[in-house]
Design a protein around this ligand. Sequence first.
Ligand code: PMP
Length: 382
Amino acid sequence: MIYLDNAATTSPKPEIVIKEVNRALRHYSANPGRGGHSPSLAAAKAVFQTRSLVKDFFHASSEENVIFTSGCTHSLNTVIKGVLKQGDHVVISSLEHNAVLRPLYQLSQQGKIRYSIAKVTVGDDDATIDAFRSAINQHTRMLICTHASNVFGVRLPVERLCALAHSYGILFCLDAAQSAGVLDIDLAADGYDYVCCAGHKGLYGPAGIGLLLLNGGAPIAPLIEGGTGSESANLLMPDFYPDRLESGTLNIPGICGLGGGIRFIGQRGVNKIAEHEMRLIRMLYRNLSDTDRILLYTPQPDLSVSAPVLSFNIEGADSETVSEYLNRHGVAVRAGLHCAPTAHESMGTVDSGTVRIAPSVFTTEHDIRLLLNAVKNFIHSS
Ligand code: PMP
């Protein structure tokens, strides 16, 4: 089976990730920060080493500002529910994932906050920035924006949007689920207040691990309360990070596996990985452009304007039917709305969904050729 659904989660995982998960289960099955005995201290050391790796990778200011979560959804919920207060207003892009849309919708239904959606104009960053600027009002407290669309690959001008937010004294939260590992993220240079990452996509970690990176911003109230191994006599959560946002026993195999993923990316080089994947996406785009009945939704992909993800449709065919056909012919892709309904509304694909292709560092030209053959066979047979 050729796996081209790496925007859902990367597969296969690098050998080093499997080894690190294995090592954690064998050697770090004690509770870090919960005991003075050697096994607990060894587990705590392993966790700290990954925190350090993450800190260096994203240029965070300290290990304390690296929070381990269960995934990007958890990180985004922590920021949204832990920072926003009654009466706050938020501006988000039209390409956001349900991990942003649903918590905001829920808070708005409860009458706590309001939010506006700024339309992204593909190929015109100035227009996108103007849309955000027009949506800002006197109650706007935060801008939340995906670095790159998990459906169409479109990159958003997040550095400029962060500067725009700060010029109004507004916080900026980056959803880096689709970009971490393929696009550079530098907290020190770019100044995002919060960065939310999935550990299991471009960082090549296992499922069930994510990151919330803090970079100043406003304090965050914990999403859940519980044991941290610190200040145990206090019924209030500690007021220092990472403990404040990390209640309960940590996912040590996930954390160690993520550490393996970050080492792997560091050795390969983020830019090299991105160039490899983008070369494949360009090859796919070129071939699909020359094929009858293919609908493409973005201009020619390029790393300056997009991440290596591509959506298409076949005229007259439902995206689910196409993906089922591809699955039967040995190619795994995802169809439908990809948890991003407003992204599809803005591209006019909300009824059909799209077929999404997302390569990884392990995808080859041969894989793309087999996909193209299968697509052409579908077209001839339908
Ligand atoms: N945001 C975006 C843009 C995503 O693509 C995803 C996952 N597909 C998420 C958030 C949620 O990430 P997780 O699966 O780690 O919760």
